[in-house]
Design a protein around this ligand. Structure first.
Ligand code: GCB
Length: 593
């Protein structure tokens, strides 16, 4: 009897743990019926982690004068959502720990509707509670997640509480040290998403690999009526294709289409409607092919050189984690002004608006997961976490024509365990999306003073080689680039995914004085000379568009906690290197016609 009870308890515990995972991701949330939960959330800072024990998630109120409750959301401070806490309150600037957020919302349930709560991102671990009940947990600071709350939401007032903890973890992704600010909090929008009982949860609609006139993909329903007829429509092309979903709610399709292909010069997007019997959704989708032939990258069948720039998801002017469409426009607008056709969104998935704006503005995207520096390669949990973040990123962004490359890592030191880990990520990326290229930003080997070698075994498994190098900054003086010889072990296209130098906007001096605009300019000039001598080079993304906050950069009066390698300052001022790079890109553009 007692044994049976123990087994039952164990099973209940396992079921509760399983529920702690987020539910399958809903794509294209902006195309759905949503109720925004953005705005002011009440917030209790919990540096000692006592909130669980004190049961903050109950959102209790003192009822009698003698009740003892040592917290009160109603009288607590507030924080804006979306938004990191570090840039909102001076005393939270360096804070790493837990903050409990609370948002009250009214709701009226109606038959035939399901409700999800959707988070654009929360850095780094989020524990979600509704009306005192635990809903689940999500780990990973840069990808979206959602929980179904259909059976838990109440008519009338509801209390949604999220405990966000941004403490860095050795086993985390990223791990303990990064060269960017560990902005904590509900950094992206939060919304309630209302869907019919059976709804279109996910879909993949892109050009079929190897073609430029066939659309291929799949659609996936979620709910009780999984067998339905779903029509994919592109009204502008008078196209309509119907498919029947199977018992799992899944249907694949492939059909001819005469398309105006998406390019950076002509970022054509079509309205694409998916109409099921119980749900419908519209998205804006562009179609283009991206492939590798020999050492070339082909866009719509033609060789393309990627004139790029790296950027962090750092807000221009105000500093802090960027989240809005306006901020995306400003940052990507600067990339356009530079003459870019490509951006590297370093070092983690940026917000969805950034990718959607790249789609609209015509910028190819290198998208990345925060598998950065010394990850715990031997840990299964770390691998599962990295795979999950990659999966969430690809799930969210796979219908964006802008996305050209999934990058699985940045500057990861070589080892057997690391290779195994990264190969799993590459496999997962290809499984989820056979149409994109896979890459990683690798480190060169330097067997002799002026020799740079790319022979990282990872090179075997990627479509495009990515390589970061800092000749003239961490290695020698700017003119060193004139002497460096490159040896590349693979016949594959190469992108120099980083090079750069630090400069304070407005600080002038001679060409060999560190931190001056002249020094940075000199690095760019010599780098460009060197880049011209690398035959396999098919793209470049210097480090970086704009100065960004980093705790690794304490130099007073120069860095002041900013990495100063931007060609634009955090206040939007263009440094001399900006114009050198723009000139180079102009010339490349003219040459490519
Ligand atoms: C790198 C890293 C990047 C750093 C940069 C730097 O190699 O990939 O995250 O910010 O160097 O400025 O040192």
């Amino acid at each position: 009897m007692r044994k049976g009870l123990l087994i039952l308890l164990a099973l209940l515990f396992i079921a509760a743990q399983a529920k702690a995972q987020s539910d399958p991701l809903i794509v294209n949330v902006e195309g759905r019926r949503t109720i925004s939960l953005d705005g002011r959330w009440k917030a209790i800072v919990d540096p000692y982690g006592i909130g669980e024990e004190q049961k903050y998630f109950r959102d209790a109120h003192q009822r009698t004068a003698s009740d003892l409750i040592e917290y009160n959301f109603d009288t607590a401070d507030w924080l804006d959502v979306p938004g990191d806490w570090n840039s909102q309150r001076e005393r939270l600037f360096l804070y790493e720990g837990a903050v409990w957020y609370r948002r009250l919302f009214d709701y009226q349930r109606s038959a035939g509707k399901r409700l999800f709560v959707y988070f654009g991102a929360a850095n780094y671990i989020a524990d979600v509670y509704l009306n005192g009940e635990r809903i689940g947990r999500h780990e990973g600071g840069f990808t979206p997640f959602n929980f179904e709350i259909t059976d838990r939401v109440r008519d009338g007032s509801n209390s949604l509480i999220v405990r966000v903890d941004n403490r860095r973890l050795r086993e985390g992704v990223p791990t303990l040290v990064t060269d960017w600010w560990n902005y904590g909090g509900l950094t992206r929008s939060v919304a309630l998403v209302e869907v019919p009982e059976t709804f279109i949860q996910d879909y993949f609609i892109q050009l079929q690999k190897g073609t430029r006139d066939r659309i291929a993909g799949w659609v996936k329903l979620n709910g009780k009526r999984l067998v339905q007829r779903v029509t994919i429509r592109i009204p502008e092309l008078n196209l309509s294709q119907a498919v029947n979903t199977d018992a799992n709610g899944y249907a694949a399709f492939s059909f001819q289409a005469k398309l105006d292909l998406w390019t950076p010069e002509n970022p054509k997007l079509y309205d694409v409607q998916l109409v099921a019997e119980t749900d419908s959704v519209t998205d804006q989708i562009g179609f283009r092919s991206i492939e590798v032939r020999g050492t070339d990258i082909l866009l719509n069948g033609r060789p393309v050189f990627l004139r790029g720039i790296c950027l962090h998801e750092e807000a221009p002017f105000r500093s802090g984690r960027a989240f809005s469409r306006e901020e995306a426009r400003t940052l990507l607008g600067w990339a356009k002004e530079l003459g870019c056709n490509f951006v590297r969104l370093a070092h983690y998935p940026h917000n969805e608006q950034m990718v959607r704006e790249a789609d609209r503005m015509g910028l190819l995207v290198w998208a990345e997961v925060p598998v950065y520096w010394g990850i715990q390669w031997e840990s299964r949990e770390t691998l599962a976490n990295a795979l999950n973040q990659l999966t969430e990123e690809i799930t969210r962004d796979k219908n964006r024509a802008a996305i050209a490359i999934w990058s699985v890592a940045n500057e990861t030191p070589q080892s057997e365990a690391r290779l195994r880990f990264l190969r799993s990520l590459i496999e997962r990326a290809r499984e989820l999306d056979p149409t994109r290229l896979v890459s990683a930003a690798m480190l060169p080997r330097r067997p002799a003073e002026d020799i740079y070698v790319i022979d990282d075994p990872l090179g075997q498994y990627v479509d495009v080689l990515g390589c970061n190098e800092y000749v003239g900054w961490y290695d020698g003086l700017p003119e060193k680039a004139d002497r460096v010889q490159w040896q590349i072990a693979y016949q594959k296209p190469l992108i120099i995914s980083e090079f750069g130098a630090g400069a304070v906007y407005g600080l002038h001096g001679d060409r060999l004085t560190r931190w001056t605009e002249e020094y940075q300019e000199e690095v760019y000039r010599h780098q460009i000379g060197m880049l011209r001598r690398i035959p396999l080079l098919r793209g470049v993304s210097p480090w970086i568009l704009m100065d960004f906050r980093s705790p690794r950069r304490p130099l007073v009066g120069i860095q002041d906690f900013y990495n100063r390698k931007g060609v634009i300052s955090n206040r939007g001022e263009k440094k001399r290197a900006f114009y050198v790079l723009r000139e180079f890109y102009r010339e490349l553009q003219e040459r490519s016609g």
